[in-house]
Design a protein around this ligand. Sequence first.
Ligand code: 5GP
Ligand code: ZN
Length: 146
Amino acid sequence: MSNCIFCRIIAGEIPAVKIYEDDLVLAFLDISPINFGHTLVIPKEHHESSSTIPEATAGRMFRVGSRIGIALKRKFDYDAFNLHLADGTAAGQVVMHAHLHVVPRGVEDGFRWNWRQLKYGEGEMQEFAEKLSAKLAADLAGESGK
Ligand code: 5GP
Ligand code: ZN
């Protein structure tokens, strides 16, 4: 897509500091990192949502992302890493070309996810699970027929 900033990086029209590239994915440094070394792993094909990325490419993204996380730990003074993917604007996706964030983490890096912990009411968890698993099964069955 010509108006997509990440497609333009893949095409070499916009510069990026590359970490890794193969036939399916490209990894490059995030321009505004949470910690230095924060890397983005993207499919070379344009996909807005993670849900449409072919399985081989999605698997490669996860594999490359986690190996970059390990390399960040081994080479720099990091203790851990987060893999993060925002799918949709309400989830915080700003660039509408799916991307996996690899965020290197230190015990005292001063960054915290604002992670709340709600509680289900009586029976709500089971009800939620039944509806969700039925919808997932129907969707997956529909897709396998395509
Ligand atoms: P999102 O919020 O969509 O999950 O994350 C988009 C990420 O892309 C942000 O962390 C932002 O810093 C990064 N980003 C946006 N534009 C560019 C760019 O032109 N080059 C690079 N290297 N990173 C970018
Ligand atoms: Zn794109």
